[in-house]
Design a protein. Sequence first.
Length: 280
Amino acid sequence: MNRENIITVLKGIWIGGTMTVPGVSGGSMAMILGIYDRLITSVSSFFRNPRRNFSFLTAFVLGAGVGMVLFSRFISFLFTTRADVPLRFFFLGAVAGGVPMIYKEAGVRRLDLGAVMYPAIGIMAVVLLKLLPPGLFEPGAGFGPGQLLIQLAGGLIIAVGLVLPGISVSQMLYMLGIYESIIGNLSALHILPLIPLGFGAVGGILLTTKVLERLIRHAPQPTYLIILGFMFGSLPELFPKVPGGIELVYSLLAAAAGFGALYGMAKKESQRERHALIRK
């Protein structure tokens, strides 16, 4: 394995691990680490240079898989401790911390119909997801033809969170009501129940990458405003019980830490883009 692939594996470990945290977008993290464009191009234009793209994607997927298992084990452990509620507040703060970046990417100059309508579409998407029967996409619920099709459909939905910057795949899993189940299966290395969802996600990535790439390129403001609405709509879903006493203090500190971490990473990405423009 050459040096480039080793670096890709290490970046994959970090991106895959942080994807298990609701509020942390894998796409945004890939942007921060400078490999988002390469990932999108490698998928959408795979057959232009299949050998090179396959090598890159294999290294990334290997790293991402290792990162997801390691981080999911740690998060699963925290869910069983008194850190459970502060951890959920950290997730809440992380989602809120990504809002300024998405708003900036949308480039809203004045309040008009689109600035209100597009976020409303994102919020409506969350409402529609909540109307789905609880446990519909639960991994391991069955392997009959109907259940497999449902799992594949769930994977297609999850793919949007994997591809779009700003939307966290773990946040998407929360919306579908399967976050803790997925984390539990990953941490215990129970991979078989996750295979149908995984196939759906891979198919969704292949189907949606080019479409989403064009949307961001040709209609960035509507796209990012819809993402913003989705993020706002997901906040109540992430909100845990209201703690009391010293737990409230820890929870508020955790929320502030989550906000600061995501806001700081988004700011770093913005600075990287400015430096790239200056070099051009």
